[in-house]
Design a protein around this ligand. Structure first.
Ligand code: ADP
Length: 324
């Protein structure tokens, strides 16, 4: 490895679920890295590329015109075998062969677990939160969250139009894994009548009773937003139709939430975080994940971030019913 403080070789990868804004983050790491006098290498397909030795030397031009592109130009992958020490040893050996001094890993909590495992092996890593789910602690928002949120809001507004025309109830399933942030903030943005998340579980009798009241008040539509992995929404829609008097249709938004051009907010967050990653590397600080808290860039050890609880959106959830 080079003497810290001199010209370093920095590798950057994107891993786990793709998120809009990963490209601006890659661009920021590459440009800020080159502008600090370092060499930057892109790793293809996340940890898979580390293990396969799939590195590409990046130039200013390699990241031209990607700010507005969804997905990730480096590709991403899931590699469960990265939990095995021998597989990670192969990855570290490939990085050492190329003389890589430090890795910047952009991804979600799984990616952070991989980064922590590399840190424990003595390899310097910096993490950048890139996931639409906003399910990481140590940052107010993750890169990709706002773009996905806007996609969901756009979809729900459209679903409201058709639900109202047909006097229906629309049940909309969002992503988020175990995190309800997308559902709660989309629900708040769209004036959803009901929001169901892991923290606010499905209570069918109450939901159906409230829908009956809603209908009896002459309301022409109702929107229910529900986080994925809670129930089969098509079965739930059928049950609502049978028992509430509201014809209900379920829509699973699925992967459209992960695509699309990143919003300005995600581009700015990605730019700040990418530049901050290089800043930390220049200061010799590694083994940490970057976050934005109260508009300021911060960093915390991976171990801490992975053991902390993600900040609750309870206040926003309560606001939904106050504004109904
Ligand atoms: P995300 O980063 O979006 O949460 P995943 O959970 O799929 O996505 O994690 C991305 C990758 O991180 C996994 O495919 C695996 O290669 C690596 N990873 C996840 N958990 C661990 C772990 N405990 N140890 C080492 N690597 C891990």
């Amino acid at each position: 490895m080079a003497i810290w403080g001199g010209i370093l070789k920095i590798a950057v990868l994107t891993s786990g679920g793709d998120a809009p804004g990963m490209n601006p983050a890659i661009r920021a790491v590459v440009r800020a890295g080159l502008n600090s006098g370092h060499e930057v290498y892109g790793v293809m397909d996340g940890y898979q590329g580390l293990v396969n030795g799939n590195f590409e030397k990046m130039t200013r031009k390699s990241v031209s015109e990607i700010l507005q592109k969804g997905g990730t130009i480096l590709g991403t992958a899931r590699l469960p075998e990265f939990k095995e020490l021998s597989v990670r040893e192969q990855a570290v050996s490939n990085m050492k062969k190329l003389g890589i001094d430090c890795l910047v890993a952009i991804g979600g909590d799984g990616t952070y677990r991989g980064a922590q495992a590399l840190t424990e092996m003595g390899f310097p890593v910096i993490g950048i939160p890139g996931t639409i789910d906003n399910d990481l602690a140590g940052t107010d928002y993750t890169i990709g969250f706002h773009t996905a949120l806007n996609t969901i809001v756009d979809a729900i507004d459209k679903l409201r139009d058709t639900a109202s025309s047909h006097q229906r109830c629309s049940l909309v399933e969002t992503m988020g894994r175990d995190c309800g942030d997308l559902a709660v903030m989309a629900g708040l943005s769209c004036g959803a009548e009901f929001i169901i998340t892991k923290d606010h579980p499905l209570d069918k009798p109450t939901l159906i009773e409230k829908l009956k009241v809603h209908k009896s008040e002459g309301r022409r539509n109702a929107i229910i937003v529900i986080t994925e992995n809670i129930t089969n929404v098509h079965d739930l829609a059928e049950e609502i139709t049978e028992k509430s008097g509201f014809a209900c249709r379920a829509t699973v938004l699925g992967y459209v939430q992960r695509g699309g051009s990143p919003t300005a907010q995600d581009r700015i967050l990605a730019g700040r975080m990418g530049a901050y990653a290089i800043d930390l590397i220049n200061r010799g600080i590694t083994g940490v994940a970057i976050g934005e808290m109260n508009s300021k860039m911060i960093y915390l050890p991976f171990k801490e971030v992975l053991s902390m609880n993600n900040e609750s959106t309870e206040e926003l959830y309560q606001l939904v019913s106050k504004l109904q």
